[in-house]
Design a protein around this ligand. Structure first.
Ligand SMILES: [Zn+2]
Ligand SMILES: [Zn+2]
Length: 220
């Protein structure tokens, strides 16, 4: 008799961090003990205590884009974990101008670190048995990416590209309204309707829900 096959478990913790409540996600494979931390914008102590609670070691620190609310905690987490920092090259200028972003928000500028590797469309970030695929979804910023986790735990991390009932603003540095709609249509809405979506702010949703109800996507 064959043993029942249990799906490989997944750890997914979502913490809204900082004054803009950026959703930081910890995605971990409990078997290998490896994790990817997406958008550690602030409150690094909370991120670290959850990592410790699950006995996870950070393999990659990933920024969906380089707005301060998503990257403000990167330096502290990098220093604490030694994990490489990854983002798209198109947003490097934003990361290099974090002080201006901080001034714009009226907060103290966070320290920065060097970016170890630039993400490009189609990259696969392996973490134990998981492999997150990089989708380049410019529009909110030139280097905005979304991450797609295929398989039984299928989900999209959409950064500030797609929200429940809305899309990312395009009036900031390098934003482009036509481009964000094109990104959503060609890179995100190509996946099945029941694909869960975890945005950079606010509650989770699904592609089908957004296809039907998101006022920015009517008829797409
Ligand atoms: Zn943003
Ligand atoms: Zn944001």
């Amino acid at each position: 008799m064959s043993k029942p096959v249990n799906p490989a478990p997944l750890i997914h913790e979502i913490l809204p961090v900082g004054m803009l409540a950026c959703n930081c996600s910890i995605v971990g494979d409990p078997v290998s003990g490896e994790a990817v931390v997406i958008d550690p914008g602030d409150e690094v102590e909370r991120v670290q205590s959850l990592l410790a609670q699950h006995r996870l070691k950070v393999k990659y620190i990933v920024a969906t884009h380089a707005h301060i609310d998503h990257v403000g905690g990167i330096e502290r987490l990098q220093r604490a974990t030694g994990a490489p920092v990854l983002m798209h090259e198109g947003d490097l200028f934003l990361y290099q101008h974090l002080a201006e972003q901080a001034a714009w928000l009226g907060v103290r500028p966070p320290e920065t670190v060097s970016v170890e590797q630039f993400l490009t469309e189609g990259d696969k970030l392996r973490c134990g048995s998981l492999a997150l695929e990089v989708l380049h979804t410019p529009g909110h910023s030139p280097g905005s990416v979304s991450l797609y986790l295929p398989g039984e735990h299928r989900r999209i991390f959409s950064g500030d590209t797609l929200f429940q009932g809305s899309i990312g603003r395009t009036d900031l540095w390098g934003g482009d309204y036509r481009q964000i709609l094109h990104s959503i249509r060609t890179r995100l809405l190509v996946f099945p309707d029941d694909t869960p979506v975890f945005p950079g702010h606010g509650p989770p949703t699904t592609l089908g829900h957004e296809r039907e109800f998101n006022p920015f996507l009517a008829g797409r």
